[in-house]
Design a protein around this ligand. Structure first.
Ligand code: MSP
Length: 524
């Protein structure tokens, strides 16, 4: 039996509320997963939270709560948001789960036995005033530590290291030959450049418990826990059933691996996902054809007062709250906007006026009106299949076929915005068709009965196809549309079933009810 389409996302740090970037990534993955199902594939979608690490420990300390309590409390907020936003996953990864811990420790033991791990002492910079260790990221552009850190002293620390450098030459070949695939292709050069640097550096994979207690213990040296990335990256295989314990309810690993898409943001491509992760897999003994594919998306940024694009951050206070947006404007508007107004792989600036505009134009006006008119015009009687055909009906069928083809090509390349553009182009064609044929006038003329029947059939049939195509992005709205069309087949219609003639002769459609009520902007 062929393997499932296995899609995963980055697992989010639940050290605060989920923000728009988290929501975008999960919705993007959900849309792709739903599309693959529509395409007839069996799909397994895994997502979750990355509960360990320094950030969580620090947030808990700052809030004066137990770190496990913080992780549980915040994880609930992520779970509840995914439920609200219709993000339907098959597997949920929490890195504090016993199954995961068991797998991470088994891998650590294996790598240790294979001589891939060693202990070494290094010198670290420590800020006495801020009571924290500093990294090169904390240095100024001149290479110094700024005055905010106060006195910076050197401290020695012993840790466990992974022989990353031993895998650099293999990785270079794997990236160049696309054995280890990075999508979109323009991201590949960032990785190739970074591999040069990895060639002479190993990866520190532990922290002494004295400094970080919130992590998975190194099984052969219990004064240490694993470094957060080592623990987090393993979620992609641990929750897919790799080295699962007897009696575990986790999936069958061979049915899922390798992942067809690890959906991640551009910030965690280098070094974590493109250097550490493939080298870890290679060291564990994964063969070249067992490497996952990365799908790297861009960032939703914020627009500053002066219209400049800037990064969203807690400190700038410009973080957009997806739960609030869904509550105010509806889940459909948010899901649609987040995949419509960004090119997969590129950045975009979050703009509320565009969210409202895109919903009102493409959904409320274009699709909403088309559906409303189709159903209102048809409710006078059953649909009739006739021999009537003219240039316009033919052109409409061609427009639909072109849209379906463009949609499919785009979705095969995860270009959701392009796919939605293809749907809209047929919606616009149908509205033009109605304007040109004016079925409301044809209805007054007996001699035009066949032309009227053909026109109504063509637009209702189009609406049925359009709703099915829209399903991956707006599952609830698509269901509502199909229910109003009274097209409710027993088994789901797949992309391959989208042949002309889904609606039978004599089909009766239902009553129109607005699926996309316009968003009214309060005037103040
Ligand atoms: N916990 C790590 C990932 C471990 S994966 C084995 C992490 N967590 S995160 O919460 O900081 O980010 C989770 C995901 O959200 C990442 O893929 C990141 O790129 C994405 N986003 C965070 N902010 C974003 C935007 N503003 N826009 C789009 N996505 C962004 O990194």
């Amino acid at each position: 039996m062929s393997k499932d389409y296995f899609i995963t996302t980055a697992i989010d740090y639940p050290n605060g509320l989920p923000h728009i970037g988290h929501a975008y990534e999960k919705i993007l993955a959900d849309v792709i997963a739903r599309y693959r199902r529509l395409n007839g594939q069996r799909v397994y979608f895994l997502t979750g939270v990355d509960q360990h690490g320094q950030k969580m420990q620090q947030t808990a300390e700052a809030e004066g709560v137990n770190v496990a309590t913080l992780a549980k409390r915040n994880t609930k907020k992520f779970l509840s948001l995914w439920d609200t936003l219709g993000v339907h996953y098959d597997g949920w990864a929490e890195t504090t789960a016993d199954d995961h811990k068991h797998c991470v420790q088994a891998i650590l033991r294996d790598l240790h036995d294979k001589g891939q791990l060693y202990k070494k002492t290094t010198t670290l910079s420590y800020s006495v005033r801020q009571e924290q260790y500093l990294t090169d990221k904390d240095r100024t552009s001149e290479g110094n530590f700024g005055p905010e850190w106060g006195e910076v002293v050197k401290l020695e620390e012993e840790n466990w290291w992974f022989k990353l450098s031993e895998h650099a030459a293999w990785l270079k070949g794997a990236v160049e030959s696309d054995t280890f695939k990075i999508l979109p292709a323009f991201r590949k050069s960032e990785v190739t450049n970074a591999i040069e640097r990895a060639a002479d550096t190993d990866l520190c994979i532990s922290r002494p418990k004295a400094r970080l207690h919130w992590g998975i213990e190194i099984p052969f040296d219990t004064d240490f826990v694993t470094y957060v990335w080592f623990d987090a990256l393993i979620n992609y295989i641990s929750f897919a059933g790799y080295r699962k314990a007897g009696g575990s309810t986790l999936p069958d690993f061979d049915q899922l691996w390798p992942a067809d898409a690890h959906v991640i943001g551009k910030d965690i491509l280098v070094p974590a996902h493109s250097i550490y992760w493939p080298c870890m897999l290679h060291a564990m003994g994964f063969a070249d054809d067992q490497m996952p594919t990365l799908l790297v998306h861009g960032w939703w940024n914020s627009k500053s007062q002066s219209g400049e694009e800037e990064k969203m951050s807690k400190s700038l206070g410009n973080v957009v709250d997806p739960a609030e947006l869904a509550q105010k404007f509806g889940v459909d508007a948010l899901r649609y906007y987040l995949v419509r107004d960004i090119t997969t792989g590129k950045d975009s600036a979050f703009d509320l006026s565009r969210l409202i505009m895109l919903f009102n134009t493409e959904l409320a006006n274009d699709l909403g009106n088309l559906l409303n008119r189709s159903l209102t015009l048809t409710k006078r009687g059953a649909l009739r299949v006739t021999d009537y055909d003219d240039g316009q009906t033919q052109a409409l069928r061609e427009s639909l076929a072109e849209s379906v083809a463009a949609y499919q090509t785009a979705m095969e390349h995860d270009e959701v915005s392009v796919a939605l553009g293809a749907i809209n182009s047929h919606v616009v064609h149908c509205n033009g068709f109605l304007e040109r044929n004016k079925p409301w006038n044809l209805a007054k003329d007996e001699s035009q009965a066949d032309r009227l029947a053909a026109a109504l059939y063509h637009i209702c049939e189009s609406c049925t196809h359009l709703a099915i195509l829209l399903g991956p992005v707006l599952p609830t709205a698509a269901e509502k549309i199909l229910a109003q069309l009274r097209f409710t087949p027993e088994s789901p219609v797949l992309l391959a079933d989208l042949q002309w003639g889904l609606l039978q002769d004599g089909h009766e459609t239902g009553k129109p009810k607005p699926v996309f009520p316009r968003i009214e902007i309060p005037q103040d």
